[in-house]
Design a protein around this ligand. Structure first.
Ligand SMILES: NC(=O)c1ccc[n+]([C@@H]2O[C@H](COP(=O)([O-])OP(=O)(O)OC[C@H]3O[C@@H](n4cnc5c(N)ncnc54)[C@H](OP(=O)(O)O)[C@@H]3O)[C@@H](O)[C@H]2O)c1
Length: 339
């Protein structure tokens, strides 16, 4: 069954592979026909879609943990929307679903890739952020990968972003001795301390990261949650106490680099301090999903956990939203809203 459908809708295509920072000419917003779904599929009108840093890697033609975007095809990524036509058992017109065919107004989704979400429990956009992939990344990265324990001093970079703002607050909620964050503006730094309850925060653009971190964590750090790489990772290695643990989650400082970036010059400290630097991919931690949703929904309801979203309105602004994310124009999860 279906409501009246438009004959066409718009979707973003990658048309050239960026060299360094992406430019508008690398992308095109194109019309595509909207058709009734085939058996086992649902047609979804997307209400919000996600732009994420990992998408920059998918714009390159290199082998990685996710396949590159194909040129002249619609890009994809997380989205939430409303089912407008269904040929799948258990899915009805009006249901809300989370799925992987973002960057477009209408998505023809195989039902095994659609997960029903409840709009009465949380705003739909939250399933792309605080209750979605970035939230699980923060939860798994702190508790499972970094083996966080009560009394740890935790440093997180990218701390006003989707993942980072959740990492810092989860550490506070679970009894960190001290939570320190870095972000790219004085307004973000203020937010970390005043709204999210970080003990200290600094603007990495205001001076050397190593020095600012030493001042913010005079007794050293036990956990570093790395969203940034580069100078931040080097600073964390210097500030680590013995048996420190780093979750290497992202290195956004180098995603648009055209030359290989330098390694931390102090890597040898890993030996004497017996450090553990552990990479992570959120997809490896799906087993934590029920526990993550239960705990995080509880902290949201009690007000212990807060979150922000930056919503860019309109599909025509999808590329600008992605670029804005890479430039730090977002506070919390960057979302493209189609409603
Ligand atoms: N491994 C995984 O499974 C996984 C899953 C999700 C996300 N991630 C990674 O986690 C990180 C955060 O992702 P997110 O979705 O939460 O994005 P986000 O933090 O909400 O947005 C990206 C932020 O990165 C900061 N940034 C950009 N360039 C920077 C630079 N040169 N130095 C320092 N900060 C810079 C900007 O904030 P400022 O204003 O503070 O500069 C920007 O707001 C990314 O590295 C991403 O790739 C990994």
């Amino acid at each position: 069954m279906s409501a009246a459908l438009p004959t066409s809708s718009r979707e973003w295509h990658l048309v050239a592979r960026p060299n360094g920072w992406p430019v508008a000419e690398d992308f095109a917003l194109r019309e595509a026909p909207v058709t009734e779904p085939a058996e086992g599929r649902v047609l979804v009108r997307n209400l919000h879609f996600s732009v994420d840093p990992y998408m920059r890697g998918r714009m390159n033609d290199v082998k990685s943990y996710t396949p590159p975007f194909k040129l002249d095809h619609p890009m994809d990524g997380g989205a939430v929307g409303e089912v407008v036509a269904s040929r799948a058992e258990g899915f009805a017109v009006g249901d809300h679903v989370l799925h992987g065919l973002g960057w477009r107004e209408y998505a023809d989704v195989p039902v095994q890739h659609a997960v029903k979400v409840d709009a009465s429990l949380a705003p739909l956009s939250a399933y792309l952020g605080v209750l979605g992939m970035p939230g699980l990344t923060a939860y798994a990265g702190l508790f499972e990968v970094a083996s966080f324990k009560e009394g740890d001093t935790v440093f997180v970079s990218g701390a006003a972003g989707a993942v980072g703002s959740q990492v810092g607050q989860l550490a506070r909620i679970k009894g960190a001795a001290r939570v320190i964050g870095s972000a790219g503006s004085d307004e973000k730094v203020k937010l970390l301390v005043e709204e999210y309850g970080f003990d200290a925060a600094f603007n990495y653009k205001n001076g050397p990261v190593g020095q600012q971190l030493r001042e913010a964590a005079p007794d050293g750090i036990d956990v570093y949650f790395d969203n940034v790489g580069g100078e931040h990772l080097e600073a964390a290695i210097s500030s680590f106490n013995v048996h420190g643990r780093a979750t290497i989650c992202g290195m956004i400082a180098q995603y648009n680099a055209t030359e290989p970036t330098p390694a931390p010059r102090n890597l040898a400290l890993v030996i004497g301090k017996r450090l553990r630097l552990q990479g992570m991919l959120v997809g490896d931690h799906a087993a934590l999903q029920p526990q993550f949703v239960r705990e995080v929904a509880g902290w949201l309801a009690s007000g212990e956990l807060k979150y922000r979203e930056t919503a860019v309105q309109g599909i025509e602004n999808g590329f600008d939203a992605f670029l804005g994310l890479m430039r730090g124009e977002n506070t919390g999860k960057m979302i493209v809203s189609l409603v």
